[in-house]
Design a binder for this molecule. Structure first.
Ligand SMILES: [Zn+2]
Ligand SMILES: [Zn+2]
Length: 417
């Protein structure tokens, strides 16, 4: 037997309904804010990610990179922002007036150590806005994230907020931070020691207790913000306060990717244990230019779908039922199968999901199938029923059954639940 590779999993029908529900809620809500869906490729030229995500970041190191048959280096997308920006540039969207608001959903790939709610293939739902610098857009984006979580029943999250400044103010800050880390190098974990050389900012979110006690006293990005970044951040905070959305300032929130600037935020749930971030995002005002476009501010966020589903499971939240009744049509021989298929067509045209038995199972074994699959309605078509053109409808919940004439079958859609 061939098993799936480590770190990927099948989403079986019992679970796809949850994904569909989440995706439907997201696309509906995002469209209320003016977003439209974009579908980006699953793999890109490696260069796109090494220039955006950064090769020395965690994500950069976890990329699935391979050579194709012509020896070109390609990478399975580890995230979607870089592809969206690439599409923005490739299709010259910047030539159109107004900002570009898109959302996406789909699988991402990272070579990680598999653990609960962290797989090598995982799904993200995310949004990007390209072309607007207004801080109230940051506020709207965060508010939209909060609305989404509320919509699916998740209310116990905290919003962590920080500003990590721009190119201009990050340089003096990184000098100060590197100096501080150097002075405390002996007390930091080995990962932090390495990071302090190539990506000092990332040291700040080390989860180790021993590192955290050192990092608590480290200089904070916010003390070094330039005037523009300061005023931007002030307005973001004001805007959030204005709409009554609670947030916590977290000076050690820096995000794991190279391209972030200014506002960064995370939605954190206490229900998730160590993997507590369920949504993360921020501004990336320099990325469009970095990838060869005109200077263009941008921002976005991504929701980890598996992490969100883990929260829903812990809270016992189930997607609402599809709303269409399901009926199992039990048949006994070829003649009743032919009649059954006519009845099934009649049902389907009324929006009744109809499962026609085409096996040679006995009636009692067919009823067992319906029972096991929790199908409430069963229609039984036997010789006598065909002759009388009156078919037995059984309610598996109550055990009651009644005869239904052909003419009444046409209106059964209104009756069944
Ligand atoms: Zn700045
Ligand atoms: Zn550390």
């Amino acid at each position: 037997m061939i098993l799936s590779p480590r770190g990927v999993e099948d989403i079986l029908p019992a679970k796809t309904s949850q994904y569909q529900w989440i995706e439907k809620e997201a696309s509906f809500l995002f469209s209320l804010y003016g977003y439209e869906e974009i579908r980006i490729p699953t793999f890109e030229r490696t260069e796109l990610f090494s220039r955006s995500v950064g090769e020395e970041t965690d994500v950069g190191k976890q990329m699935y990179t391979f050579l194709d048959k012509k020896g070109r280096s390609l990478t399975l997308r580890p995230e979607a922002t870089a592809s969206v920006v690439r599409a923005y540039l490739q299709h010259k969207v910047y030539a159109q007036p107004g900002e570009w608001k898109v959302y996406y959903m789909g699988p991402m790939f990272r070579y990680e150590r598999p653990q609960a709610a962290r797989m090598r293939e995982f799904r993200q739902i995310g949004v990007e806005v390209i072309g607007e610098v207004n801080p109230y857009l940051d506020v709207e984006l965060i508010e939209m994230g909060a609305q989404f979580f509320k919509k699916v029943g998740v209310t116990d999250f905290s919003i962590q907020l920080n500003s990590i400044g721009c190119k201009k103010c990050r340089v003096p800050y990184e000098i100060k931070l590197t100096e501080y880390l150097k002075n405390n190098l002996g007390s930091l974990c080995s990962l932090c020691q390495r990071r302090s050389q190539y990506n000092p900012l990332r040291v700040l979110d080390c989860k180790r207790k021993s590192c955290q006690s050192i990092l608590r006293k480290a200089p904070s990005t916010r003390e070094y913000l330039c005037e523009d970044c300061q005023s931007h951040f002030k307005k973001v905070k004001m805007g959030l306060e204005d709409i009554g959305l609670k947030f916590e300032l977290n000076p050690r929130l820096v995000r794991g990717l190279d391209y972030y600037t200014r506002t960064v935020f995370e939605f954190v749930s206490s229900l998730l244990g160590a993997q507590d971030t369920v949504c993360a995002g921020g501004r990336y005002d320099e990325l469009v230019q970095e990838l060869g476009g005109p200077p263009t501010p941008a921002l976005g966020f991504a929701i980890g779908v598996e992490r969100l589903l883990a929260i829903l499971e812990k809270k016992g939240i189930e997607p609402p039922s599809k709303g269409f009744p399901l009926i199992y049509i039990a048949t006994l021989d070829e003649e009743s199968q032919i009649m059954g298929s006519r009845i099934a067509a009649l049902f389907r045209s009324q929006g009744i999901r109809s499962w026609l038995n085409l096996s040679e199972r006995s009636l009692s074994s067919q009823l067992k199938v319906a029972h096991k699959r929790e199908i409430r309605w069963v229609m039984i078509i036997g010789e006598k029923e065909i002759k009388e053109k009156k078919f037995i409808l059984r309610d598996m919940q109550s055990g009651e059954q009644e005869g239904i004439e052909w003419d009444r079958l046409k209106e059964l859609g209104k009756k069944l639940k």
